[in-house]
Write a protein that binds this ligand. Structure first.
Ligand code: GDP
Length: 453
């Protein structure tokens, strides 16, 4: 067991309850010096999974009352002895209690150190540890579901399965190379290629889902674009169900970008209401227009709002050019004022939705179209998904090595050369699951956690 660490596991802010966690060598002994149960038994005598009500004390002085939970190794989150003390969430209590635990022998935990220990003690794989953070950070039902699937090991199992497939191929070639005199089946290059192609497909599928995983995790960046006064802020407010953007009938009132996070059917959308793009004369508005253009570049989805009761302006055609690369919905707004004939080519949009602030039903239909355009409703969120850049890079590297192996076979290279690439692909996948990792990468992964996790 490693030295005892302690940290607040809940946010350091005034709250009803705060949890201080200790883990490592002597955790129960250190906690017992600070936490005294009201019934005679000391924490030291308690079995694992037991709780005791008592006091946090500094000598004779009682700091607070609360509950201590004892976990005994290996049956705890970290696999070490752990004590979790729940006390009142007052800043003075938190500060004083932590100081007492430190004075009694614990040291402050570093970011992610509890989960890092859980990983090092084989309580979870690296992808599961990363998923712990994704579970905490999840802001929508779908991202929670996907993070939970990863926490249960969906990605780990998939990578493991792929690894086993490659190892089988590798093993066969290696055996044949190492024991040429044994009566082993000849390595059939068509056979090997066929198996490598299957693995290649699996890896490519994972990579193609990376973008979807990211949309689920970070939300669909949705930029509301259009000329001033067409109803962008009104639409933003309808979607958000609150007065976030200022709605006026003076052109160009949303001068900066207003951001709002909403969920539709459990999927998160990050909405940006931009300044109406047009050739602005006023300097403040000009800055807003530049920012809007920058936002369009990052967008996953664009709601291109047009006032359906008016002719489309030259500016609008101009702005559409910036939106070429992104999936977009044409929102024909103000249909209650009657639709005028327009020369715009609606085929350049992924869909057209007619809306009116006078008819909330039309806004519902906009929401449903936003969901279907992301194609995320068809995605199985229990499926293995790559959730971060580290995981994606590892799969990409494995895929590149597999492609090298395939082209080595096709170019008639020796099996030794093929095996080098196959081994490199396996190494990369083992790095992903955390079975073949340098200390540097482990530290890098856990440094992204917060203290107390
Ligand atoms: P923005 O500049 O594009 O953000 O436009 P706003 O949302 O500020 O709306 C401009 C004006 O149009 C306001 O007076 C709104 O009340 C009005 N408006 C917005 N949507 C509709 C609609 O669907 N029908 C009608 N009749 N008026 C609307």
């Amino acid at each position: 067991m490693e030295e005892c660490i302690a940290a607040v596991a809940t946010p350091i802010a005034q709250s009803g309850i705060c949890v201080i966690r200790l883990s490592g060598e002597g955790a129960i002994e250190i906690a017992s010096k600070v936490f005294v149960p009201v019934k005679n038994q000391s924490l030291l005598e308690m079995e694992g999974y037991r709780a005791a009500y008592g006091h946090i004390v500094d000598g004779d002085e009682v700091i607070d009352d609360g509950v201590a939970l004892v976990f005994r190794a290996p049956n705890s989150y970290t696999g070490e002895d752990v004590v979790e003390v729940s006390c009142h969430g007052g800043l003075a209590i938190i500060e004083r209690s932590l100081e007492l635990f430190y004075r009694s022998g614990a040291r402050p935990a570093q970011a992610g150190e509890f989960t890092k220990r859980a990983f090092l003690n084989d309580k979870m794989t690296l992808t599961q540890a990363e998923a712990v953070m994704d579970v905490i950070n999840a802001q929508s039902f779908l991202s929670l579901k996907a993070a939970n699937a990863a926490k249960r090991g969906a990605l780990y199992r998939k990578i493991n399965e792929i690894c086993e497939d490659i190892t089988k191929i590798d093993g066969h070639i290696q055996a044949w190379l190492d024991y040429p005199d044994e009566d082993l089946d000849l390595v059939d290059s068509d056979d090997v290629k066929k198996n490598l192609y299957k693995v290649k497909d699996d890896l490519e599928n994972l990579l193609s889902n990376y973008k979807l995983g990211n949309l689920i995790k970070n939300g669909v960046k949705t930029v509301i674009v259009g000329r001033p006064n067409v109803g962008k802020s009104t639409i933003m407010n309808f979607l958000s169900g609150e007065e976030k953007s200022i709605v006026t009938n003076i052109s160009g009132t949303t001068r900066d970008i207003v951001e709002n996070v909403i969920t539709i059917d459990g999927l998160m959308f990050v909405l940006f209401d931009t300044a109406g793009i047009r050739l602005a004369e006023d300097v403040v508005e000009k800055i807003g227009v530049e920012r809007a253009k920058a936002k369009i570049k990052e967008a996953d989805l664009i709601l291109f709002v047009i006032d359906g009761s008016e002719k489309i302006s030259k500016d609008e055609f101009e702005v559409l050019k910036y939106c070429e690369h992104v999936p977009k919905i044409c929102v024909l707004n103000k249909v209650d004022l009657g639709l005028v004939e327009n020369s715009i080519n609606f085929d350049q949009f992924d869909c057209v939705v007619e809306t009116s602030s006078k008819n909330p039903q039309t806004m519902e239909s906009l929401k449903q179209n936003m969901i279907s355009l992301t194609q995320l409703n068809s995605l199985d969120s229990d499926a293995p998904l790559l959730f971060n850049e580290r995981q994606k890079l590892a799969v990409q590297k494995a895929l590149d090595e597999l492609k090298n192996a395939i082209s080595a076979i096709e170019s008639g290279f020796t099996w030794d050369a093929v095996v080098i690439s196959i081994d490199a692909a396996i190494d990369s996948l083992l790095e992903l699951t955390g079975e073949n990792l340098s200390e540097h990468i482990v530290n890098e992964v856990f440094s992204k956690f917060c203290v107390g996790k």
